[in-house]
Write a protein that binds this ligand. Sequence first.
Ligand SMILES: [Zn+2]
Length: 287
Amino acid sequence: MEGKTLPTGGAGDGGMEGEEGHERQKPLPSPVSASGSDGEGCEGLWELPVEVSARRPECGRCGRPQKVCLCPFLPVHPLNVSTCLYIIQHPAEENRVLRTVPLLAACLPEDKCKVLIGRRFSEEGYPELASVCRNSNTLILYPGAGATNLEDVDLSTIEPYVIIIIDGTWSQAKDIFSRNSLFRIPKQVQLKTSLSSQYVIRTQPTNACLSTLECAAVALAIMEKNESIKETVLRPLQALCSFQLQHGAQVHHSKEHLLKNGLYKKPMPKNKRKLRRIELLMNNIKI
Ligand SMILES: [Zn+2]
């Protein structure tokens, strides 16, 4: 599928399922080193159909169909972390076959990974989330204009941290962020990482766009000051990708890769700004 997962990682079907029939949103730039771009060049990748989950018996731990259970790739015991993750999941994300959040949740203690599904998160409806957002130790992974690189944040306070990650397509994440004032309270952070997405079975706009699981893995490793967390959390994703590829899934190269190798099949946009963005991508300029 397409490059989902926002800042956090995420990108998919362009927010067409919005209940008010809002116009197609522009996708969000990668949470990784977003340098003030508007993500416009990513348009068109999110129009691929959403895979609807088949009703096969699922493994209770990893959420995968039992025949392709990924539990052997999960840590034997949940990781011992002090950081708590809040995953804000767009409802469309829950129905995808290849979703990464159940794998992430399976790596962590239950009380360190909370998944809230929805588009609207009001103060009244989500009092616990509201108080989390007001906590000075809460960060939100969102590449807004004022986002700080997570690596540069002073994480020396003794109190445990909370990091909020929005799980959805770029446009869904942008939509959730803009509609919910609660998410504008915490400090905004982004990832400045050299990790290239391994989630090759969904198209990401650039090689640096990470899935929600990858974002969480990188963020947790930084916040817990423990690199091995990253490898542990990424292991089930690597297993998932290699399994899918062995069973006929196509490698979805990033748009950046396709452009550079002359493999991009869509007609070039007429809009000059979009053309300019494609040129920047082809010339390896970070956008
Ligand atoms: Zn399993």
